[in-house]
Write a protein that binds this ligand. Structure first.
Ligand code: KG4
Ligand code: ZN
Length: 335
């Protein structure tokens, strides 16, 4: 079964072809990072206009790269939330139009669930029950998956998402945008020495990252570090200490949850899962196997959407023509 996935929830316009939920035939991503970097963050109106310009050529390229005609498709899967309303609308409306014109089932996909499904595109496959840590620019969620679509949320961030904290700290130090990759690159080989506060929130599996972020901003002021794309050693030490604190909290809390739920694997997901320190620390400290998507499948892409769509299609979860965008769509039921 070949499924076309479409993703436009944030600042990546993406389309991909995936066969039987596991084999990527094409994976086309057009990033708007450069467009938004001059503003230091995503400008929603700019994002939706750019999606409009890019989406058709991207879908055509996904079909061409996969050497697949639309008559070979089994369904079209599209992200319908969570995300920016104007951006989501571009993908959802195109998916509806194509599904109607080509006589194909339409599948609405939750973007956060799709991030988890990037783990089905690797060599080692998930075996339920599993825990997943989803760490992206807008979300930090710890969930239990007992089967396809059987998702229970165990914890989430109470304030900033992990990726958001990376972005804000990078901006405060003048390192650039998006924050995660620039902090990771700038701090390579730096040994962190600042002991930043970690929010453990005892008795809860929730996270909080605004305290760490504020501590970095205060220390930067105290140390008279002014934002600069050529950071001095103090700024780099601070950025490395921040990265270490965030990774420490993410890994410690995820590993603690594993002990309570008798699961087989930890699945990392979302843009921050591209972070080398997080990947290595999770593998080192986890008592069970850790699955981590390839870098390109951690950040936003449409292969994960097509993969998630495949498993939804197997369960008969097809959307109606009234499928709408849900910018605040949440993931699974709460504990
Ligand atoms: O999943 P994603 O591509 O988009 C959302 O759904 O939000 O995640 C983007 C986030 C950004 O905050 C970015 O700074 C972060 O992921 N990120 C990273 C890395 N690569 C991307 N954070 C830490 N280390 C990285 N290597
Ligand atoms: Zn994402």
């Amino acid at each position: 079964m070949k499924i076309l996935g479409i993703e436009t929830s944030c600042d990546e316009t993406a389309a991909a072809m995936v066969e039987d939920g596991t084999k990527i035939l094409s994976n086309v991503i057009s990033s708007q990072v450069e467009l938004h970097s001059r503003y230091g963050g995503i400008v929603p109106e700019v994002a939706s206009r750019q999606h409009l310009l890019s989406i058709m050529p991207i879908v055509e390229k996904a079909l061409a790269d996969a050497k697949v005609r639309h008559s070979d498709l089994s369904a079209i899967a599209v992200t319908n939330g969570p995300g920016l309303a104007g951006s989501l609308l571009v993908g959802v409306n195109l998916a509806k139009a194509l599904a109607l014109a080509w006589g194909l089932p339409l599948i609405g996909v939750n973007h956060l669930e799709a991030h988890i499904y990037a783990n089905w595109l690797g060599e080692d496959k998930p075996v339920f029950p599993v825990i997943s840590l989803i760490v992206s620019g807008g979300h930090t969620e710890l969930v239990l998956l007992q089967g396809h679509g059987e998702i229970t949320r165990l914890g989430r961030t109470r304030d900033d998402a992990a990726g958001e904290a990376f972005d804000k700290v990078a901006r405060a130090l003048g390192l650039g945008y998006p924050g995660g990759p620039v902090i990771e690159r700038a701090t390579q080989g730096i040994t962190p020495t600042y002991r930043l506060p970690r929010a453990w929130i005892k008795g809860s599996d929730d996270f909080s990252f605004s305290g760490i972020k504020t501590a970095v901003v205060r220390l930067a002021e105290e140390l008279k570090i002014s934002p600069s794309p050529n950071p001095n050693p103090l700024a780099l030490d601070l950025a490395a200490s921040f990265q270490q604190a965030v990774v420490d909290v993410l890994v410690t809390k995820t590993v603690a949850v594993v002990g309570k739920h008798g699961v087989n694997q930890i699945l990392l997901a979302g843009g921050v899962a591209a972070n080398k320190l997080l990947r290595e620390t999770m593998v080192r400290r986890s008592p069970i196997p850790v699955l981590i998507p390839a870098h390109i499948l951690c950040t936003d892409n449409a292969a994960m959407v097509a993969c998630c769509g495949y498993f939804r299609l197997l369960q008969g979860k097809v959307a109606g023509w009234d499928l709408d965008v849900v910018p605040g769509l949440s993931l699974g039921s709460s504990k």
